[in-house]
Design a protein around this ligand. Structure first.
Ligand code: TYD
Ligand code: MG
Length: 455
């Protein structure tokens, strides 16, 4: 007879291994592999996910399938629609991940307000009571008979409620609190999270319901994070930002129905999240004028140019290994730029601690931001401020040369729109000057730093 097999899962990436390991062989994370019986099911040995399947579908020749494009509808929030690739798709399963307290429930409850105008929405929360949900809905001015709220953690009860209420949109808050009592493992464990997600997927596809499922991102290994689910759902959105500041950024990590490079920008206020239509302006608000160590650049977030402020602080090191940190900027890229500045720019940075920070929780992973980082670092090192009306765009190569970047004209236009008067750009691009914006072409970092810090 076949022995019941014990399996191990990585809570970071969901990788299954037959043996326990201190380090996940797939993603390399430490202490994330946990034991999970392969089929920890009581009773008849079938989980709800598999037993409640909607009538088995028949395979059809591809030629007989209607060429129905996916049906999309607006969520009423332009920024969310943008990240979803132009609205939510009917019958899709969307995972909204993010750290606890970042505003996932707020975002979901807020879109209910608009959705209820044309759809029935069922909001199932395992985290808050109906009364709490009522208070929150009032605060967000979301009141409609089409919004049904249920405080429930049982997967079976939730499926029954869906059967009864026949909603068009289902919001499950959160996947970590959902619980299938046919399984032995506790809520939030890998097998629970996987089984419940599978059931939600069947619901979405079988009944053509759009399902949003909230997942908390946890660093601790014992709780199954949304990483485990990424490959099971249609879209993965991450809600990011610093809980202590008002700026929130929604980005798609996966989207079966659209591109993943768009971001949505929100501002958390007293009555919920407000869409930010002019992210450049918000990200630059409160920028110190005439202070050394800050420089503005323009990065492309999907099709949209966004201005970002790069801050640097360079101070003499206390000895030993100099300290380097970077926040919102790739660490290795920052180390490379420091080395180029030392070797090609002649700045003695190897004896200095260097800190790089991107304001507003933005993650700059585009080489176009290199030049602004270099200028900010040089500005801090030399203690000379970059003029407040100057921006810098360009990729820096290992010989200290400036390389051109894509969509330069669009970036420069955004810089100009926000009222900047000067912009340092790579030299070999033939862009014409505007009457109100002077372009400062530079061939290498030396020229760029001189042009930027001239005053
Ligand atoms: P919440 O949506 O509960 O976060 P999550 O579901 O991701 O855990 O948001 C919680 C935070 O948002 C909380 O700290 C309070 C804040 N908040 C506001 O600032 N304004 C509001 O209108 C609401 C509803 C919440
Ligand atoms: Mg919540």
């Amino acid at each position: 007879m076949k022995q019941p097999k014990t399996l191990f899962y990585c809570t970071e990436c969901g990788n299954e291994t037959p043996k326990w390991a201190g380090r996940c062989p797939a993603c390399g994370a430490w202490n994330t592999v946990v034991e999970c019986p392969e089929s920890p099911v009581k009773g008849k040995g079938r989980s709800i996910a598999s037993s409640r399947a909607v009538a088995a579908p028949r395979a059809l020749p591809v030629t007989e399938l209607g060429d129905s494009a996916e049906i999309r509808f607006s969520t009423g929030m332009g920024e969310l629609d943008r990240v979803l690739g132009g609205g939510a798709v009917k019958g899709s399963l969307v995972l909204v991940g993010g750290a606890p307290g970042i505003g996932k429930s707020t975002l979901m409850l807020q879109i209910c307000g608009k959705l209820c105008e044309f759809a029935r929405v069922l909001y199932v929360s395992g985290e808050e009571s109906q009364h709490q949900l009522k208070l929150r809905a009032q605060r967000l001015h979301v009141e409609s008979e089409n919004l049904l709220v249920l405080s429930e953690t049982g997967l079976g009860e939730m499926l029954e409620a869906v059967e009864r209420e026949q909603p068009d949109v289902l919001i499950a808050d959160s996947i970590q609190t959902l619980y299938n009592d046919a399984l032995d493992s506790p809520a939030g464990s890998v097998s629970q999270v996987k089984d419940c997600t599978m059931a939600l997927m069947q619901l979405a596809k079988g009944r053509n319901i759009t399902v949003f499922v909230i997942g908390h991102v946890n660093k601790e290994g014992s709780i199954a994070g949304p990483k485990v689910l990424e490959h099971m759902v249609d879209c993965v959105l991450y809600f990011e930002g610093d809980r202590h500041t008002f700026c929130r950024i929604l980005r798609a990590a996966k989207n079966r129905f659209g591109a993943t490079n768009e971001i949505g920008v929100f501002e958390m206020g007293d009555s919920g999240l407000a869409e930010v239509e002019n992210p450049s302006q918000m990200l630059l608000s409160g920028r110190p004028e005439e202070a050394p160590g800050t420089c503005v650049t323009c990065v492309m977030e999907g099709a949209r140019p966004v201005l970002a402020e790069v801050q640097a602080l360079v101070v003499g090191s206390a000895g030993g290994n100099p300290r380097r940190t970077s926040n919102g900027f790739d660490y290795n890229r920052a180390a490379m730029l420091l080395a180029v500045l030392e070797k090609r720019g002649g700045l003695k940075l190897s004896t200095c601690d260097a800190y790089l920070n991107i304001i507003g929780g933005l993650q700059l992973d585009e080489p176009a931001a290199d030049l602004a980082a270099v200028v900010a670092l040089a500005s801090s090192y030399l203690d000379k401020p970059v003029p407040g009306d100057l921006a810098a765009i360009g990729e820096v190569g290992l010989t200290g040369e400036l390389r051109s970047v894509g969509q330069l004209a669009q970036r420069v236009a955004e810089v100009r729109r926000l009222g900047f008067k000067r912009c340092v750009i790579p030299a070999h691009r033939g862009l014409e000057n505007f009457p109100d914006l002077r372009l400062l072409p530079a061939r290498n970092i030396g020229e760029a730093i001189r042009a930027a810090l001239r005053g």
